[in-house]
Design a binder for this molecule. Structure first.
Ligand SMILES: [Zn+2]
Length: 190
């Protein structure tokens, strides 16, 4: 990168250290031409495309903010939220692409949040998946109950939260009656 003072096309690294818990590297550089020093911050790029089409950098703070709202009054600590947000970022980065949809971020949040606190999960899911009826809540709660039953029957044989994204008890944006229609059309039989 160019020296910000004299535009010299080269610079020498005089110091580098990790920042942001290893999420980025800060380098101190010196320009061999004018001898002035400047810093660069290196992160691997991760952009989020919002529903509106606006693209913005992924922000762990933003994830934590949303989680904090959903977990108000719940026995969830700041550490829990920070850890969850880190997990979310790791999940997203693991996809290998430098640009993800906001929807993918939401999905990556729901899975670990469900394991952390069911009430916070319901609150978050109700906003994120735009629940608009009691039935939506009932479906989500039924999903939680099924999870719990499965967890209790497996009782420690696995670590839960597998690597694949089966995260959709109520994650369809188009709920509301579509299941009825499927049933009705498959009812013919010899
Ligand atoms: Zn310079």
């Amino acid at each position: 990168m160019h020296c910000p003072f004299c535009r010299h096309p080269d610079s020498r690294v005089v110091d580098s250290r990790t920042a942001d818990d290893g999420g980025s590297i800060r380098r101190r550089r010196q320009c061999p031409n004018c001898q002035r020093r400047f810093s660069t911050l290196e992160t691997s790029s991760l952009q989020v495309v919002k529903r509106s089409g606006v693209v913005e950098p992924f922000s762990r703070d933003k994830v934590v903010g949303g989680l904090r709202k959903a977990s108000q009054g719940r026995p969830v600590s700041d550490d829990d939220l920070a850890r969850l947000a880190q997990q979310v970022e790791e999940t997203i980065r693991a996809s290998g692409s430098s640009q993800v949809e906001a929807h993918d971020v939401g999905t990556a949040i729901l899975d670990p949040l469900r394991a952390l606190d069911e009430v916070a999960y319901l609150r978050y899911a109700s906003v994120y998946s735009a629940y608009d009826s009691l039935e939506d809540f009932e479906t989500a709660i039924a999903g939680l109950r099924a999870d719990r039953a499965r967890r209790e029957s497996e009782a420690g044989s696995e670590e839960g939260a597998g690597s694949d994204a089966e995260a959709s008890p109520g994650a369809g944006p188009d709920d509301d009656g579509s299941a009825d229609r499927v049933e009705a059309s498959s009812a013919s039989d010899a």
